[in-house]
Design a protein around this ligand. Structure first.
Ligand code: HEC
Ligand code: HEC
Ligand code: HEC
Ligand code: HEC
Ligand code: HEC
Length: 394
């Protein structure tokens, strides 16, 4: 798959999915854009409909059928998911959300629709998905850097411009720094609200400390982008761009394991278990669980309002002021947690950032472990826990 230069041919004008494919697209792999001459000559052939009938539909070659079938089953094409239905009632996707929640918004943002780049001019229709023209778009070759929420401008090549635009999350550690500035570290402050890094934040994880997604504690150094190894150094080298799945066999060139989740190279145990036979993912999971438990303990003992996490409901953290183990209810429904201190807010932010990426262990295990360790260490002081006895490694 790597380094191939292929061109999409004009498609048969049949079936609803083909409506998405009007025009011709230059397919860009990592080797960059397709040559313009070829794109033009192919673009002049409008349809592949045979000159005369009668003919059998089964004899007509549908050139992109495999790609379409693969894509159609993927999350990118799932028009029924919350990711694409959330704006149905408004009947229009607002500019702040459209870039990542529809192909039309994405093209608008990057100026691929002829409008100004770097801003969604809108209005953007609901009902769109991550369609073919999101990634197969000749104009994408001119997008040479992507801005991250931290302000970082990261250089990109070819189709990676697309993945990096939408999978970067919506916040940076700097947003947390700004929110907690000047407030007393351990005093609950009702002006503080949970800061949600958003979802499927793979690109943010991948760029590590350099991307600036996490809250970075003073005096600590953070691992940068996870370079991994050459054959697996881009999103599409692991993810088939249409199914989005990760093939496991190629991993076995360099790793010995039964599945991606049990891959491990580190000879040290990070979670204090001493067990180095399990995948590095298990260490990350264990430390994330420990951190969530410490956020709970800190909220109850130091902030003095117990907290409940419910992953199914925004904004995820709710109050349990009477400590009965159930979310407090008011006339408006569940009571959002409002007793954050700077210390608990930054830890909860890091926890959510790590857990918002199900592929975190493959995208950047080092950065994940550092954010978790530092957050746990920070909470251990007011809780009077001894880091040494926890046995964690950074
Ligand atoms: C998320 C981005 C993305 C979307 C959406 C997407 N593609 Fe692709 N497609 C790619 C990438 C990247 C490649 C190049 C793979 C390579 O270089 O090996 C590719 C390659 C192709 C190829 C060349 C053959 C192959 O499979 O490698 C065809 C044909 C194709 N896409 C058609 C489509 C069609 C039709 C759609 C919509 C139904 C679509 N693609 C949607 C990213 C995408
Ligand atoms: C930088 C890109 C980006 C922006 C901007 C963005 N989102 Fe998302 N959002 C995503 C991605 C990627 C997902 C997919 C997560 C997944 O795999 O389910 C997502 C998922 C969601 C979901 C589904 C969550 C779930 O639990 O399934 C909702 C709701 C959502 N976003 C709302 C919004 C709203 C509202 C805005 C604007 C205020 C917005 N998003 C802006 C990238 C973005
Ligand atoms: C226009 C924004 C956009 C672009 C471009 C984009 N994605 Fe996505 N991606 C999304 C959204 C939104 C979802 C969640 C869709 C859903 O919930 O059905 C998603 C889902 C995924 C998933 C599956 C997550 C799951 O919940 O199953 C993977 C893997 C993924 N994308 C990888 C990629 C890769 C690799 C690229 C680049 C080749 C890419 N995406 C380009 C917006 C985008
Ligand atoms: C080293 C291989 C590798 C690379 C490189 C890689 N990923 Fe992943 N990715 C994975 C693995 C493994 C998973 C976890 C899959 C699973 O558990 O099903 C994953 C999971 C994901 C998910 C969540 C899927 C889900 O089920 O919710 C998204 C989204 C994603 N990756 C996007 C990206 C993007 C965008 C890039 C480039 C910035 C990227 N990945 C680079 C291997 C990789
Ligand atoms: C060409 C060799 C190569 C391939 C192919 C490869 N990896 Fe790796 N992988 C490495 C190297 C080298 C490291 C150590 C990198 C480092 O820590 O800087 C590593 C580290 C990892 C780690 C972290 C392990 C730990 O204990 O820190 C995970 C997880 C991982 N790879 C997953 C994958 C997955 C999933 C695939 C297949 C999609 C894959 N790798 C394919 C070479 C490879």
């Amino acid at each position: 798959m790597l380094n191939s230069r292929k061109f999409m041919r004009p498609l048969l004008a049949v079936g609803s999915v083909f409506a998405l494919l009007a025009g011709s697209y230059a397919v860009m792999g990592q080797s960059g854009p397709a040559t313009p001459e070829a794109t033009q000559s192919e673009a002049t052939i409008p349809f592949a409909i045979p000159q005369s009938g009668p003919f059998n539909a089964a004899d007509v070659e549908v050139k992109n059928s495999q790609a379409i079938t693969d894509w159609f089953r993927s999350a990118h094409a799932d028009a029924a998911s919350e990711s694409f239905r959330h704006w149905d009632e408004e009947e229009e996707i607002n500019a702040a959300c459209a870039t990542c929640h529809s192909g039309e918004g994405f093209r608008d943002f990057h100026g691929l629709d002829g409008t100004e780049a770097g801003v969604v001019n809108g209005p953007i229709n609901t009902g769109g998905v991550v369609d073919c023209g999101t990634c197969h778009n000749a104009g994408l070759a001119d997008v040479t850097e992507i801005e991250f929420p931290s302000g970082l401008m990261h250089p990109v090549q070819g189709v990676e411009a697309s993945c990096m635009t939408c999978h970067q999350g919506r916040t940076a550690g700097a947003d947390v720094v700004k929110a907690v500035a000047d407030f007393d570290l351990d005093t609950p402050n009702s002006a503080l609200r949970f800061i949600n890094p958003h979802y499927a934040t793979a690109a943010a994880t991948w760029l590590g400390g350099y991307g600036g997604a996490g809250y970075h504690y003073d005096g600590k150094d953070y691992s940068g982008r996870f370079f991994h190894a050459r054959p697996v150094a881009s999103c599409n080298s692991c993810h088939e761009p249409h199914t989005l799945e990760v093939a496991f066999e190629p991993c076995l060139t360099c790793h010995q394991a039964n599945d991606p989740q049990s891959i491990r190279i580190s000879r040290q145990s990070y979670d204090g278990s001493g067990d180095t036979s399990k995948g590095i993912r298990a260490d990350i999971q264990a430390n994330a669980e420990m951190l969530l438990n410490m956020i709970r303990a800190y909220s109850a003992d130091v902030a003095e309002v117990p907290i409940i996490y419910d992953g199914t409901r925004y904004p995820y953290f709710f109050a349990d002021a009477n400590g009965d183990g159930a979310i407090d209810q008011s006339a408006e429904g569940s009571v959002t947690y409002k007793s954050w201190t700077p210390r608990s807010l930054r830890a909860a932010y890091n926890w959510k950032l790590v857990t918002a990426d199900p592929g975190n262990y493959a995208h950047n295990p080092h950065y994940m472990l550092e954010l978790l360790y530092d957050s746990i260490e920070d909470l251990s002081t007011p809780l009077g826990r001894d880091m040494d006895t926890l046995g964690l490694l950074r």
